[in-house]
Ligand binder design. Structure first.
Ligand code: AMP
Length: 216
């Protein structure tokens, strides 16, 4: 099993890299942010409850996150590896996850810290567009999009996230620095931490991640 989590600021590329890992290695993927956006899109009780929090860039309650995550993890059978994207966001989440899954097939094996500076992260977030049909992620500043507003891969409509604006980005970045960044120490002590630099070449970043998980 090669279970992977990322410690990365918003915009560092964890979603893109997760997609690439999923495609090449057939890993299972769960994104807590995607699970929440699904609840919001379906206007469920949870979705209605957390909608404003997300827009403001604040974290969602741990019990909600754990319920969603546990439901998803039980669906993965005989996994080659699981990418848990957007989780854990806090020390409390990391401790609770280790308590629940530290001795199981879901335990975390690789923690990849993607190092990016705030200015670059903001540029990526403000330029980000996601295909509403296939989930492909683009950046209007870096990627050539063949037809305006349409996905190169499937022609689906490209959409921006409701929290990808400057105000929400700044809040999310500060929540990341205060709550998530300290996890570096937590995982360093467990000898699971690997650091890579966020360059603008996603293939280069992917290659670095492959080197880590393949032990090169
Ligand atoms: P993401 O797609 O990972 O950028 O997450 C989008 C938003 O969902 C975050 O800004 C949080 O509001 C919420 N969220 C995602 N994952 C978590 C988590 N593990 N704990 C708390 N809130 C989360």
């Amino acid at each position: 099993m090669k279970n992977i989590i990322f410690i990365a600021a918003p915009g560092a590329g964890k979603g893109t890299q997760s997609q690439m890992l999923q495609e090449k290695y057939g890993f299972d993927h769960v994104s807590t942010g995607d699970l929440i956006r699904e609840e919001i899109a379906n206007e469920t009780e949870i979705g209605l409850k957390v909608k404003d929090l997300i827009r403001q860039g604040l974290l969602v309650n741990d019990d909600i996150i754990f319920d969603m995550l546990k439901n998803k993890l039980v669906q993965f059978k005989e996994s080659k590896g699981i990418i848990i994207d957007g989780f854990p966001r806090t020390k409390e989440q990391a401790l609770r996850f280790d308590e629940l899954f530290g001795q199981s097939d879901n335990k975390i094996d690789y923690v990849i810290y993607i190092d990016i500076d705030q200015v670059e992260a903001m540029k990526r977030v403000l330029g980000r567009m996601t295909c509403s049909a296939c989930g492909s992620i683009y950046n209007e500043y870096y990627d050539s999009i063949h037809e305006m507003g349409k996905c190169n891969a499937c022609g689906g409509e490209l959409k921006r996230r409701s929290d990808d604006n400057e105000e929400s980005f700044n809040k999310r970045f500060h929540v990341y620095l205060d709550e998530t960044y300290p996890l570096i120490d937590y995982y360093k002590k467990q000898n699971k931490l690997y650091t890579i630099q966020a360059t603008n070449d996603k293939e280069e970043v992917f290659h670095a991640i492959e080197g880590i998980i393949n032990g090169e």
